[in-house]
Design a protein around this ligand. Structure first.
Ligand code: XBP
Ligand code: MG
Length: 234
């Protein structure tokens, strides 16, 4: 008998194309404000996404592409300030209506809520971004996301399983009663490391990644239903 009790959603790329349309744009606006010549086009940003976490991604880019800048006075503090400013731009992009939930997502959320499942968000993004995405993009479901695990909650970000282990602890559920919904291989690995199966909804940046160990892989939420997820669980 199927024991599914909770659906745990990744945020960036899964609920919406926040990486391409949100964080990337917000980073570029920040670089311009800080007078830096750095620009992250879609191709470069896709490569940089191998590094999870906005602060970690910024530090990695500076180390790799502008090490001289990194040696200037206060560079570390400026990285922290840039990340904070990036998140403000991200919130403004959400408020401006420039980012949309992925097609078919709300239908699945409605089915899950109707079936009494717990809804959770398990992400490596910052708390402010997680709350802003849920408030702005899913106002009818904000209260339903009773579990929220974010970047500040963990010492190690995806693909480390810490975020999913924390989610299981907070839910007091065994991995077999939980399904992750992710868009990236890093997310799939994080879930698997905690013993949690994952459904993959491919996003623009990770279309060609290896998802062969996922319970189910689709291109959009409108190809998914709660019963399809329950059937896919092994
Ligand atoms: C999300 C991330 C985040 C976002 C930006 O990964 O890696 O860093 O890109 O958010 P996932 P922050 O979808 O696997 O959770 O700048 O707040 O880190
Ligand atoms: Mg993601």
């Amino acid at each position: 008998m199927n024991q599914l009790k909770a659906l745990l959603f990744d945020v960036d790329g899964t609920l919406a194309e926040t990486e391409r349309d949100g964080h990337r744009v917000a980073f570029n606006r920040t670089f311009a404000e800080f007078g830096l010549p750095w620009r992250w086009d879609e191709t470069l940003y896709g490569q940089l996404l191998a590094v999870t976490g906005g602060t970690e991604r910024l530090a990695y880019y500076a180390r790799r592409f502008d090490p001289d800048w990194l040696r200037t006075p206060d560079a570390e503090q400026r990285l922290v300030a840039m990340h904070r400013r990036k998140n403000q731009h991200f919130a403004e992009l959400l408020a401006a209506g420039d980012i949309h939930v992925r097609p078919g997502l709300t239908a699945l959320l409605g089915q899950a809520r109707g079936a009494g499942l717990t809804l959770g968000a398990v992400t490596t993004t910052s708390r402010a971004n997680l709350d802003a995405v849920l408030d702005r993009l899913l106002p009818r479901y904000t209260d339903a996301f009773s579990l929220r695990v974010c970047g500040e909650d963990v010492a190690r970000k995806k693909p480390d399983p810490e975020c999913y282990q924390l989610a299981l602890d907070r839910l007091r559920l065994p991995p077999a009663q939980v399904l992750a919904v992710e868009d990236s291989r890093n997310g799939l690995l994080a879930a698997a490391g905690a013993g949690v199966q994952a459904a993959i909804v491919r996003s623009s940046y990770f279309r060609r990644q290896d998802f062969s160990t996922a319970a189910i892989v689709v291109d959009e939420f409108d190809q998914l239903s709660l019963s399809a997820l329950q059937r896919a669980m092994r």
